[in-house]
Design a protein around this ligand. Structure first.
Ligand code: T5A
Length: 223
């Protein structure tokens, strides 16, 4: 049996990591084997590339080179973590994936769309997500959450960008969710985490269910 592949996308601090953990818990309760992972990173080789990019060391090379580094990290992640898990029949829940490159490097970084698409075809091929949850919140809300969690104001390579950058990021993700509505769902992430999780669970059941699970596990607040 082939597993299912779910990715989370959105701006900084929209709650992706929080929701990855909550969804994984819920899928496990429903009897699935679940692998949680993240990008950039998610395999030993990709974690090394993560450090190079997020430290800002690659920024002087330009957005095109960064896009290639993200693609190299993704290639390693797919080979060593994602595809083996899917072949085992596990569910893979991933914090960011190829849409992040489309949005951050392609739209915000203005890297030629043809290069972005070629890299995606080459690296991802047919291992596209079955479902992508795009978390949506005002840029100020996300950045404030990310800063509060860290406890100081210095962000990583991308958190350090201007507020206009983060507003454009939000617009680009909303547009992506609209254009790819057969794969993506846009979820308002300004509610309390449990309420956001409930909305996501309903989308997962709707798009990828039904699961053989008890009605109690399927229940919860409506939206
Ligand atoms: N990138 C990545 C690219 O440019 N191209 C690519 O191809 C890829 C893959 C990754 C960076 O790399 C860029 C994008 C990113 O800039 P990262 O450190 O992994 O960097 O950072 P992010 O993915 O942006 O994740 P963050 O850690 O900033 O935020 P999350 O995961 O969205 O949010 P989370 O869950 O950690 O929550 C942040 C704080 O808010 C609270 C949490 O408890 C936490 O304290 N919170 C909430 N508070 C109130 N209400 C809610 N609903 C909340 N949900 C969470």
């Amino acid at each position: 049996m082939k597993g299912r592949f779910i990715t989370f996308e959105g701006g900084e601090g929209t709650g992706k990591s929080t929701q990855v953990a909550l969804l994984a818990d819920r899928l496990r309760q429903a009897g699935m084997q679940v692998v949680t992972t993240r990008e950039p990173g998610g395999s030993p080789g990709a974690e090394i590339i993560r450090h190079v990019i997020l430290s800002g060391a690659a920024k002087p090379l330009g957005a095109e080179a960064e896009a290639m580094l993200f693609a190299a990290a993704r290639d390693d992640h797919l080979a060593h973590t994602i595809r083996p898990a899917l072949r085992r029949g596990d569910w893979v829940v991933c914090d960011r994936f190829a849409d992040s490159t489309r949005v951050y490097q392609g739209i915000l970084g203005e890297v030629d769309q043809r290069l972005i698409r070629r890299l995606e075809r080459l690296v991802v091929g047919d291992t596209m997500p079955d479902l992508t949850v795009v978390l949506d919140a005002p840029a100020e809300t996300g950045l404030a959450r990310a800063r509060a969690r860290r406890g100081h104001d210095d962000g990583d390579r991308f958190e350090g960008e201007t507020i206009e950058f983060h507003q454009k990021l939000r617009d680009a993700y909303r547009q992506l969710a609209l254009e790819e509505s057969s794969r993506c769902v846009l979820v308002n992430a300004t509610d309390a985490p449990e309420r956001v999780a409930e909305k996501i669970w309903k989308h997962v059941v709707d798009r990828l269910g039904p699961f053989e699970t008890s009605p109690v596990l399927m229940g919860g607040a409506a939206e």
